[in-house]
Design a protein around this ligand. Structure first.
Ligand SMILES: Nc1ncnc2c1ncn2[C@@H]1O[C@H](COP(=O)(O)OP(=O)(O)O)[C@@H](O)[C@H]1O
Ligand SMILES: [Mg+2]
Length: 336
């Protein structure tokens, strides 16, 4: 089947990103593969440092090189390999077909320009609209993300908005050019719970209305339980499990996913001291892994885990896991 005909909006194959540091090479992304289907919401979870951001930034050339080097892989956007296009084409993709929302809007919004200018600029650049049309589109976008008195607020500067409203402006900017995929990298982590819930609601609503695919990155599995169609679990720069949301929560196979699930507070007011934490530290990334990255924290570790890095294997429809333990394959017993 030719690349363009897979039916996926985005397809990432064997992506490998390495940082050159004084201490040697840091293999931050190790042969990561995944796909994003049209209109779906893909959740990407994993503890801090598991390679989520580096993976997403590698897709569209957002990492400074050096020190970063995307060494291997293919990133197919409707069949076009983004690792092999010109810098000019990549700039066009960023903020065009692929939109980004980051955790801290202040790092993406420029404090010296009005919000209106910052939303209109990419619209004019990518979509070739005139000033007046771009202005109307900016108003429409701000209304879409629920900013009151949108027209009046075009002339305001980022600092004149609250944290939650700035995040909405960021979403409006990311949506400006009708992206096929919107990548949201922990966009609600810095916000309080009520505003987090509002932002999630806006995004879910936008997806339904605009039909774009969303990749929602978080270190908190609880956040995506209610909104994701499919979930990718990352650990130590690798994908360790992938499944549709229901099996991921009800039949998790990787010992790490099982541990992550136990860290979610229950709805019935579990107290903080009752939350289980995963013992041990995430691996310090260095050389390319030759063993299972989770072996030092895994309750099910056995000799093979020290000798080989498990590849992802399909265990159920659309469900794969990278673990040698028989319980990961059969779905019985396990770490619980
Ligand atoms: N500039 C850098 N130089 C060296 N290593 C880096 C750099 N940025 C990220 N890394 C490495 O990549 C790993 C993954 O980082 P990141 O993708 O930001 O994690 P996540 O988003 O999952 O919290 C880090 O643990 C670190 O080892
Ligand atoms: Mg990150």
């Amino acid at each position: 089947m030719p690349d363009g005909d897979t039916g996926n909006v985005l397809e990432v194959r064997d992506l490998r990103t390495v940082f050159q540091t004084r201490g040697g090479e840091v293999h931050a992304v190790n042969s990561v593969s995944f796909e994003v289907k049209p209109g779906e919401l893909l959740g990407v979870v994993g503890e801090s440092g598991s390679g989520k951001s580096v993976t997403m930034m590698s897709l569209v050339g957002l990492l400074p090189s050096p020190p970063a080097e995307v060494r291997e892989g293919r990133v197919l956007l409707a069949g076009e390999d983004l690792l092999r296009v010109t810098p000019a084409r990549l700039r066009e993709v960023r903020g065009g077909e692929v939109g980004f929302i980051f955790q801290d809007p202040m790092t993406s919004l420029n404090p010296v320009f009005t919000v209106g200018y910052q939303i209109m600029e990419p619209i004019r650049r990518h979509m070739g609209l005139g000033k007046k049309q771009a202005r109307e589109r900016a108003v429409e976008l701000l209304e879409l993300v629920g900013i009151p008195s949108a027209r009046d607020r075009l002339s305001d500067y980022p600092h004149q908005f609250s944290g939650g409203m700035r995040q909405r402006v960021m979403i409006a900017m990311a949506l400006a050019c009708d992206p096929k995929v919107l990548i949201a990298d922990e966009p609600t982590t810095a916000l309080d719970v009520t505003i987090q819930a509002q932002i999630l609601e806006i995004v879910a609503d936008l997806r339904a209305r605009l039909g774009m695919a969303i990749v929602w990155i978080t270190h908190d599995l609880g956040v995506i339980a209610g909104i994701a169609d499919r979930v990718l679990v990352m650990y130590g720069g690798q994908v360790v499990e992938q499944a549709p949301v229901h099996p991921l929560f009800n039949d998790p196979r990787h010992p790490y996913t099982r541990a992550l699930l136990r860290t979610i507070p229950t709805v019935t007011g579990a107290r903080a001291e009752k939350l289980e934490v995963i013992e041990g530290q995430p691996p310090i990334l260095g050389a390319a892994p030759t063993a299972c990255p989770f072996r030092d924290r895994c309750p099910l570790v056995f000799d093979r885990c020290h000798a080989e890095n498990p590849a992802r294997e399909v265990v159920a429809p659309e469900h794969d896991v990278a673990c040698f333990h028989p319980s990961a394959r059969s779905g019985t017993g396990g770490a619980s």
